[in-house]
Design a binder for this molecule. Structure first.
Ligand SMILES: C[S@@+](CC[C@H](N)C(=O)[O-])C[C@H]1O[C@@H](n2cnc3c(N)ncnc32)[C@H](O)[C@@H]1O
Ligand code: SF4
Ligand code: SF4
Length: 486
């Protein structure tokens, strides 16, 4: 019998624990130090139990081989039952069992399966376990690289100032950083831009990322998609491609991107990726131009079983110029979008009908972290500058040409500062009755503030949160009235 990790699972060792995660719907598992040895023995080619046990035996001095073999058979059987690995008599049998993402088998709304956890079971979620485990020594798990700031579109809302859309990453720098990421056990690599496919080395960059066994996410307008890129995407362990589509009306999409013909190219590319079973997510930010037709994008996506998300909170450009916000929805217009969502999104309705929103959330969250920036994730632009989060390019925490990624991650004063922030550093938010409806975000604060202060709360978000709460309260009241009269 041969055992192999599945195409879309990833294995990492973090200090003395092992970690396996699946980009399908199987979630993840953490195992203790002994389990980590069993996990690490697995690879992407089939191995017999004898071969696996021989590898494992090197780490357990004086343990009987028969005992190890029995333990490993049980351990791998559990991982297989949980959907992380496959076993079979031949590589062909392993291939047949190693089913990949496919739109044909996708349910329109994916229902998370209830896999009874088998390993490191249950008192805590994996994320809680890892957070606790890494406390005091946060681990970099996600990096976003802006391969180029150049772009073939000129979107009216873009947070990258158009005059800065000029630089490509040097391939040598990209390969160097990837090597450093591998040594640090990085899991998720996001390739973005500008338009990442404009970089002439994009294909080789994708190949190298596959070699280093990262889970890859691409953010693109897809207008430059071609057969070679599709073939590489198919071979690659892509967790997803995120594409921006703003309207199903070509003239509106093109008016946002300022590139005539862009709608047709992006829509065609989306259909080709669906045809090739490449996992997609559509991003459809709402703004003045598409406020009456963004819903068509969400419906079209649903018809094609593609997840689509909208976002009505536009951020200012990273150089603190705010001209792009002329396209942001006014409060009344945001209200209309929230009303649309609450009337049509059954998931949101379910979530809201259960929530006791009349009461302020009284849990003590004062010592909770604010978000994952510099706790588990960081970003880099073409010149090697590292910064905390997409859109926050001017908050430079270090440069990779001057210091290693490890040094910046461990020692940069700005990284330490952001990492040390807690919810109590936003005192106005702690006691805020609207906080359950709020998307408070440091980059959105910083970009819209002339001094770039991430702690200075952006009042626009407070107004949106208060409005959101009011709309949900009114909706709940109406629902209650309806239930009582029927
Ligand atoms: C900067 S783009 C880079 C990838 C690619 N060029 C694209 O447009 O998909 C990534 C995403 O950021 C969104 N975006 C751009 N400017 C934004 C802003 N000011 N606020 C919020 N999202 C923004 C885009 O719509 C896109 O979905
Ligand atoms: S949002 Fe993306 S496609 Fe549009 S200008 Fe910005 S980087 Fe280019
Ligand atoms: S609404 Fe304003 S004060 Fe309240 S949590 Fe959000 S940002 Fe903080």
């Amino acid at each position: 019998m041969l055992y192999r990790q599945k195409f879309d699972t990833f294995i990492r060792q973090y200090d003395d624990v092992g970690y396996i995660t699946s980009k399908s719907d199987f979630g993840d598992r953490v195992v203790d130090a002994a389990g980590a040895v069993f996990l690490k023995a697995l690879s992407r080619t089939g191995q017999s139990l004898d071969a696996l046990t021989a590898k494992i035996a090197a780490s357990f001095i004086g343990v009987d081989t028969a005992v190890l073999q029995k333990d490993s058979a049980e351990f791998y059987a559990m991982l297989e039952a949980d959907g992380f690995i496959v076993s079979g008599g031949t590589e062909a049998e392993l291939d047949a069992k190693d089913t990949r993402f496919s739109y044909a088998t996708l349910e329109p709304k994916t229902i998370k399966k209830d896999f009874t956890p088998v390993i490191m079971r249950a008192e805590k979620s994996t994320q809680e376990f890892l957070d606790e485990h890494f406390k005091g020594k946060p681990h970099l798990t996600s990096l976003q690289i802006e391969l180029t700031s150049r772009c073939n579109e000129r979107c009216v809302h873009c947070y990258i100032p158009h005059e800065n859309k000029i630089s490509d990453i040097d391939p040598a720098l990209y390969y160097d950083v990837l090597g450093q990421c591998r040594d640090m056990g990085l899991l998720n690599l996001t390739l973005s831009g500008g338009e990442p496919m404009l970089h002439k080395n994009f294909l080789e960059f994708l190949r190298k990322a596959k070699e280093y066994d990262f889970s890859i996410n691409i953010l693109s307008n897809l207008t430059l998609l071609n057969d070679d890129i599709i073939a590489e995407m198919k071979a690659n362990r892509l967790s997803s491609v995120q594409v921006s589509l703003y309207s199903m009306k070509p003239e509106i999409h093109d008016a946002i991107t300022k590139m005539p013909g862009s709608f047709v190219k992006t829509q065609d590319a989306i259909l080709r990726l669906i045809e090739h079973d490449i996992p997609l997510q559509i991003s459809c930010p709402t703004m003045k131009q598409n406020k009456t037709c963004y819903v068509d994008v969400l419906n079209w996506a649903q018809e094609h079983k593609v997840r689509a998300v909208t976002d009505y909170i536009m951020m200012a450009r990273y150089d603190h110029t705010t001209g792009n916000l002329d396209n942001r929805l006014s409060l009344d217009e945001v209200g209309q979008v929230i009303n649309d969502i609450i009337s049509n999104d059954t998931d949101y309705q379910k979530e809201m009908s259960g929530a006791d929103i009349a009461q302020a959330d009284t849990r003590d969250i004062s010592n909770d972290i604010v978000c994952g920036v510099c706790v588990s994730s960081i970003c880099m632009i073409a010149n090697g500058n590292l910064y905390p989060c997409a859109g926050w390019q001017d908050y430079i925490v270090g440069n990779i040409k001057e210091q290693s990624l490890r040094e910046i991650w461990d020692n940069s004063p700005k990284v330490q500062y952001l990492r040390g922030l807690r919810k109590k550093d936003f005192p106005k938010c702690l006691s805020c009755i609207d906080k359950s409806f709020c998307a408070m975000c440091m980059v959105r604060n910083a970009n819209e503030n002339p001094d770039g202060d991430p702690l200075k709360i952006n009042e626009h978000f407070c107004k949106v949160a208060a409005l959101n709460r009011k709309i949900v309260m009114d909706w709940k009241e109406k629902l209650q009235g309806f239930v009582e009269t029927t």
